[in-house]
Ligand binder design. Structure first.
Ligand SMILES: Nc1nc2c(c(=O)[nH]1)N[C@H]1C(S)=C(S)[C@@H](COP(=O)(O)OP(=O)(O)OC[C@H]3O[C@@H](n4cnc5c(=O)[nH]c(N)nc54)[C@H](O)[C@@H]3O)O[C@H]1N2
Ligand SMILES: Nc1nc2c(c(=O)[nH]1)N[C@H]1C(S)=C(S)[C@@H](COP(=O)(O)OP(=O)(O)OC[C@H]3O[C@@H](n4cnc5c(=O)[nH]c(N)nc54)[C@H](O)[C@@H]3O)O[C@H]1N2
Ligand SMILES: [Mo]
Length: 762
């Protein structure tokens, strides 16, 4: 496949001519149908979309952005619709598909082709003799998995969760893991916002953001770092647009000029559909990858300069009453020169002073961020620097101000709330033990990085994944894949076939489940599930579509099936009753976390969901010092080391046509790219300096020397507007280049956005 350019003026994709224009707009409305490939949306699918993200409807699985109490007529976006349509695929990957091909033959298909086989329909067991998956029954699968788990050392088994499983599934899954005997509960959150969970907790005592939707109606400045809203949480563009239209200033820091953050055409507003669009960013600063810490320090330096010159800029009352460490931060900012800040951030002091001044003059500021800050070696310290900036002017714990991570998977934040955590100290284990009559394990479990390292070194022997494509989405996927097949037990609970499923271990199961938009009928009737969004609101979600196959089970039923076959019977843990009626699971959640989930069963149906509360928002600081903490990093660079000669920082990106490792198609129209995903983006000046030419094939190699050479060959050099010393490429294609040991120092979130690499001509 070759790479094609989309006309930058019209943003017209030659392969998908109906795409076009700014993020949103008719292009996205019509483009939705493309994922249906030959299947026009049925009336049921259209009805599902109409109800998506509204009370009595199902909550979209594509992102974690808030579902407003007063929804738009269509409260879904291009990518949310794609996700739903992809889930409600009428093609089926049934036992016949598996009978016709070995796993080795299936591996020849691309990631896009694998998922395009359709929905998994039957429980399957891998047969090593024929190298094929063969049909099995649920009873046989549960009994066999239970028998194997009982023979294994619980500490050698990992229970991974991808962030879309509901609160009910997540609660049952973590309880099963702990009753079985470990805290090995890594979550996809460990690959994205664990930096947030650890660093915000340390600095302000809250593992999650402090903002709610109302804040976005009152702020007059938003500082936006490293999140690709147009592709990854498009409904948030409405919020940004509204803020913009009432005069709020938005300043974006991102090495890539992301179209959604430049201009947006609102599909809900007819005047906008007829031509106009809103400029989202007032200033767009192409910071160097890993340069945000220095950039924010520059803003702080400017704020302090103005305080010295004019006074009245800092919130001295707030600093005195609520914080620690101000003097050390001040000394650090004053001691750091503008030359260093410019060199590390790649931004000019004039621009940083301009933004610092805007911040100093603003009344209510919100800082928002995504993977551009969290997936770095000093991601946690960078968040510390962002907190510093907010604390200087008391921009935490008041209306219209705060810090707002834009979370990834639709329930990734909620899973942590109900006990999915490898960190036992974050979970009410004493109460859990009392409530369910067992002794919870106390040993810290594995993060995703540690789980991957365990697969590589052989200490992890069993891997159960509740969703996800772990062996591919993890860093060092080349090395992880090599050892994945050594595992004694692999259990995949999934909806569609992916590459991890095609790497069987000694005993391997593929268990298909319902998706959230499908009807989940149990003994007591149709069940609702619940999820928590980025802004800490919890909602009910009701699926109504007819399931893709009658043989599918719900995730709670699968967890209960395996747990019952593994654990000794325990009258305090009535798995069957829980599956019969999920409200009984919710009653347990409410009993364990009464402050967050009071009146859960009723309030989750309220329009806009219910707020679980946040101490930092009320200026109660649940930190070690009892105060909000200013901090000083031990380096002003977010990277692990300065780049050497011929080295670049690799940033890995998602296209507009993928959901993580699910590749819907090959159009990245918001970036003006379409076609081949095997490309490496770099600025024309860097291409010339490197002695390369556009269109040339190169090998991307990791510049970290640790005895494990890592490279991906066959990438086409593609000119793109990027800062110096930076290259970009698509995830997951280049994950074999990223060392698993390269991660945020505080939280072990992989440094997917800060990998030192070299390019070799082929
Ligand atoms: N359609 C769709 N929606 C999704 C997903 C998807 O794959 N597809 N994935 C979901 C999940 S699980 C997650 S975690 C989220 C991810 O959503 P995001 O947080 O947006 O993550 P990325 O797409 O990885 O993009 C990160 C952005 O950071 C920028 N960036 C890279 N390095 C730096 C840096 O050093 N500094 C700054 N300031 N910016 C930088 C990139 O250019 C990019 O715009 O989206 C969720 N929503
Ligand atoms: N280089 C690089 N690597 C990255 C990232 C990056 O930015 N750069 N981002 C990281 C991040 S933030 C994340 S979250 C990971 C995620 O990466 P993935 O593991 O790819 O993400 P998921 O979307 O969780 O997993 C997709 C699979 O989940 C299954 N699935 C879909 N829906 C359901 C369901 O309802 N139930 C169940 N049980 N299964 C389902 C399907 O079989 C599908 O194949 O990738 C990480 N890897
Ligand atoms: Mo994520």
């Amino acid at each position: 496949m070759s790479q094609k350019r989309i006309d930058p003026e019209t943003q017209q994709d030659p392969d998908t001519p109906y795409y076009g224009g700014p993020a949103g707009g008719w292009g996205s409305m019509e483009g939705i149908s493309k994922v249906m490939v030959g299947q026009p949306p049925t009336a049921a699918v259209l009805d599902t979309l109409r109800r998506q993200n509204k009370p009595n409807g199902h909550m979209c699985t594509s992102c974690a952005w808030a579902k407003p109490a007063k929804p738009h007529l269509a409260e879904f976006c291009e990518n949310g619709a794609k996700a739903t349509i992809w889930d409600l695929d009428r093609r089926t990957c049934d036992p016949e598909v598996f009978a016709s091909r070995t796993v080795e033959e299936l591996r020849e298909l691309s990631d896009h082709e694998l998922e395009s086989l359709g929905r998994l329909t039957h429980p399957m067991r891998f047969d090593p003799g024929t190298r094929r998956y063969v049909e099995t029954t649920w009873d046989e699968a549960f009994a066999a998995i239970g028998a194997t788990l009982r023979r294994m050392d619980p500490k050698s088994v990992v229970f991974y969760t991808s962030g879309r499983a509901s609160l009910e599934t997540s609660f049952m899954w973590q309880l099963f893991a702990r009753m079985y005997g470990h805290n090995n509960l890594p979550d996809s959150s460990n690959m994205c916002h664990e930096t947030t969970s650890v660093a915000l907790k340390k600095f302000i005592g809250s593992p999650v953001g402090t903002c709610v939707l109302e804040d976005f109606d009152h702020c007059d400045l938003m500082l936006f770092f490293g999140q690709n809203t147009g592709s990854n949480s498009p409904r948030f563009l409405h919020t940004l647009q509204q803020a913009k239209q009432r005069g709020c200033t938005i300043i974006t820091f991102n090495p890539v000029r992301e179209a959604g953050l430049l201009r947006f055409r609102n599909p809900q507003q007819i005047t906008q559909m007829l031509g106009g669009s809103t400029e989202i960013s007032d200033l767009y600063l192409q910071v160097r990858p890993g340069g945000d810490m220095a950039a924010i320090l520059g803003l702080i330096k400017r704020v302090l300069e103005l305080e010295t010159a004019e006074g009245g800029i800092l919130d001295h009352g707030f600093i005195a009453e609520h914080t620690t460490g101000y003097e050390a931060l001040k000394a650090h900012a004053e001691a750091t020169g503008w030359d260093e800040i410019e060199a590390l951030s790649g931004l000019s002091r004039d621009h940083l002073r301009e933004v610092g001044t805007a911040y100093a003059r603003s009344k209510r500021a919100i800082a928002m961020y995504g993977m551009g800050l969290t997936q770095h070696v000093r991601g946690g310290e960078t968040l510390g620097m962002l907190v510093n900036l907010m604390l200087l002017r008391g921009n935490l714990g008041r209306l219209g101000a705060g810090i707002s991570p834009v979370r990834g998977h639709s329930n990734v934040q909620g899973q942590r709330t109900v006990g999915i955590s490898e960190k036992p100290e974050l979970v009410p284990l004493d109460e859990m033990g009392r409530m369910f009559g067992f002794t919870p394990p106390r040993e810290t479990g594995h993060t995703t990085v540690e789980a991957a390292e365990g697969v590589i070194d052989g200490s992890v022997r069993g891997f159960l994944q509740m969703g996800g494509n772990f062996a591919i989405s993890i860093p060092d996927s080349g090395r992880v894949k090599e050892h994945w097949t050594d595992l004694d037990l692999i259990v995949n609970v999934a909806t569609k076939l992916n590459r991890s499923h095609l790497l069987p271990g000694r005993e391997t199961w593929l268990l298909p489940c319902l998706v959230r938009s499908e009807e989940d009928e149990q003994v007591s009737g149709p069940q609702v599930v619940s999820i928590e969004d980025s802004l800490s609101h919890i909602y009910a979600s009701l699926g109504r579509n007819e399931p893709a196959a009658r043989t599918l089970l719900s995730e709670p039923a699968i967890v209960a099936g395996i747990a019952k076959a593994t654990l000794e019977p325990n009258p305090d843990v009535p798995w069957d009753d829980w599956v019969a009626d999920y409200s009984r699971v919710r009653a347990c959640i409410e009993a364990l976390w009464p402050d967050k989930f009071a009146d859960y069963e009723r309030r989750m149906h309220e329009p806009g969901g219910f707020y679980k509360g946040n101490a930092a928002r009320e200026r109660r600081w649940q930190t070690e010092s009892g105060k909000a903490e200013f901090s000083v990093p031990d380096s002003n660079s977010g990277l692990n080391r300065p780049l050497g000669q011929g080295e670049y920082t690799l940033v890995t990106l998602r296209s507009n046509d993928q959901f993580n490792t699910t590749i819907y198609g090959f159009s990245d129209r918001l970036r003006g790219l379409s076609g081949d995903r095997m490309i490496v983006l770099m600025s024309p000046a860097e291409i010339a300096r490197a002695g390369l030419a556009e269109g040339q094939k190169v090998r991307l190699v990791c510049a970290e020397e640790d005895g494990h050479p890592r490279g991906v060959a066959g990438l086409t050099v593609t000119a793109y507007d990027l800062p110096d010393h930076c290259v970009a490429a698509y995830y997951p294609e280049v994950n074999p280049v990223i060392p698993v040991g390269l991660h945020d120092r505080m939280s072990k979130t992989p440094a997917y956005k800060g990998v030192p690499v070299r390019l070799e001509a082929m």
